[in-house]
Design a protein. Sequence first.
Length: 338
Amino acid sequence: MKKTGNRETVLILLGIFIVGFFVFFTNNFYKSVWKKSGLEEAEESRVYESQYEMIVGSGKNEFWQAIYESAKKTAENHNAYLEFHASDMGTGYNEIDYMEISIAAGVDGIILEFNGEEALKKEIDKAETAGIPVITIMNDAPDSKRQSFVGVNDYQMGQAYGEQVAALMDENTETALILLDSEKGDFEKSQIYSQINNVIMEQENGKNIKIQAQSLIPENKFDIEEAIRTIFQSPEGPPQILVCMDEVTTECAYQAMIDFNMVGEVKIIGYYVSDTIREAVDKGLIPVTCTLDTEKMGKDCIEALWEYRQEGRVNSYYNVEPEFITRNELPEGGVNLL
């Protein structure tokens, strides 16, 4: 009987050991899975005081991702959570839909890339009526009830691009094409186009240059690729200077220049410093590209919302200075710029 008792004790201890080992193994296994998937952070969820929304057109662009990361970090410093939405993220919602959802949810603030639509302007006014401040970024809606704008004004951007076109001109330059996004498509009213044109006309050879503009929709990359290829295949040939004003257009123009063996014949003025554009600038294939401080832009958006919530007022305009860089000015080890 004594031996039987000892045997039962051993079996009990063995069972406890096996169960303990299984629990330990399982716990560590799932901790590892949670850590890799980010669920560990989700489990220890943080309660925020404020909820902000960021709504843009082309969220897959590195430019908007960089701004979002900066804004998100700044929001967390103010105990606010920032959610990102874009019309090209496959949800089936556009900017107007996201505005309506945000207003219905009663969020504490909205950062919006205005796309020029009158219906979207009405949503900005609805948000203001509901007590939700709206900060427009990159494209402004000055005649709406938005609280502030973060970006470069069109006059300033046109002047800066015009100076870059002038720097690339020589006695053989005859054509220049400015690719504007859809919001700037009314060329007669576009300060960007007007200023580029004015700066060129002031140059010695300016009056002999044929300056044209074309409207593109940067959210649809396939359409942009087709439009760029059409430009390069036109009977009169591509322009000698091609001005690009967004990341996707710059990358498509660069690829078309390579595909049609037009290196040296077309001078591209780019926009942003994505990996592809950076490589092209570094090789001298794109002589110059425009940059903006995306970290500052993201921070300014959140600071504007924070100031409005604290003071009930905010600066109507947060200016961003455009900067143009060449291969000699590329920063080492990546950039935090547009």
